[in-house]
Write a protein that binds this ligand. Sequence first.
Ligand code: ZN
Length: 138
Amino acid sequence: MGKEDECEAPQFTIEQFYRFLSEKKLMAARCIKCGTKYLPPRPICSNCYSRSLDWIQLETRGKLITYTIIHVAPPRLQSLVPYAYGILELEDGLRLPGMIRGIPDNEIRIGMELEVTFESAASEDWPKWPMYYFKPPR
Ligand SMILES: [Zn+2]
């Protein structure tokens, strides 16, 4: 209950989420009271309104639930077009959007297993540059 407890866990912010990504960790927030998990993390549980949350590390494999081929991208990604961008369903139904690489566009299938792969941080772009992408597991 003391101040020490509150200071232990890093803040439940997008910035901290990206900081973990730069350490090659896929982290979500979990409500200590009701167990609901949040990705991206949030500081208050929207299920029970508790502020008692914990960071948990997620498995990096998931199932592709939807994707699209991007032809017109934000300027810094324009050199990569066309590229595939999809949503991966991770454990407990958590969903993570990201770029799909390492597989030809015409071989991408809804429902296929993909793995979150971490990139080393492009520091000048932090924190906007997504430091992960999805690829087929080896
Ligand atoms: Zn809760």
